[in-house]
Write a protein that binds this ligand. Structure first.
Ligand SMILES: [Zn+2]
Ligand SMILES: [Zn+2]
Length: 119
């Protein structure tokens, strides 16, 4: 079971999406207080499912499944030194990535790779 404070942190991360979720499902459009209450009601309903090691990782995965990831995308270059024995030896790989800023979801896709002389 995750702690109350962590639960609030997580609720905060998902606040905007929970708000839209509440709005689309319940057709409520009231004051911020009411929406905040909805967020916590929503959270309480799912609290049972949110048991994990205490980090809230499982909770985030469940909520992301429900509400969608908040993705950050970009590209990254990685060099594998001495990837092979003949020159050029080092392998430069470029990946595109998408990482969720809320759960542990991440996906890397290789865009290109080439051998370079660097060592
Ligand atoms: Zn996510
Ligand atoms: Zn190298």
């Amino acid at each position: 079971m995750i702690g109350y404070e962590r639960a609030i942190e997580i609720a905060d991360l998902y606040y905007d999406d929970v708000y839209s979720f509440c709005l689309s499902r319940l057709k409520i459009e009231e004051t911020a207080d009411d929406v905040t209450r909805e967020v916590f009601l929503f959270f309480q309903e799912h609290y049972e499912e949110l048991t994990d090691d205490g980090s809230g990782a499982v909770a985030c995965n469940i909520l992301c499944d429900l509400l969608g990831h908040k993705l950050e995308t970009g590209t990254t270059v990685q060099i594998v030194h001495n990837a092979r024995t003949t020159a050029p030896k080092c392998l430069e790989k470029m990946d595109s990535y998408e990482i969720c800023s809320r759960c542990d979801y991440s996906k890397y896709t290789l865009i290109s790779s080439k051998y370079i002389s660097c060592c």
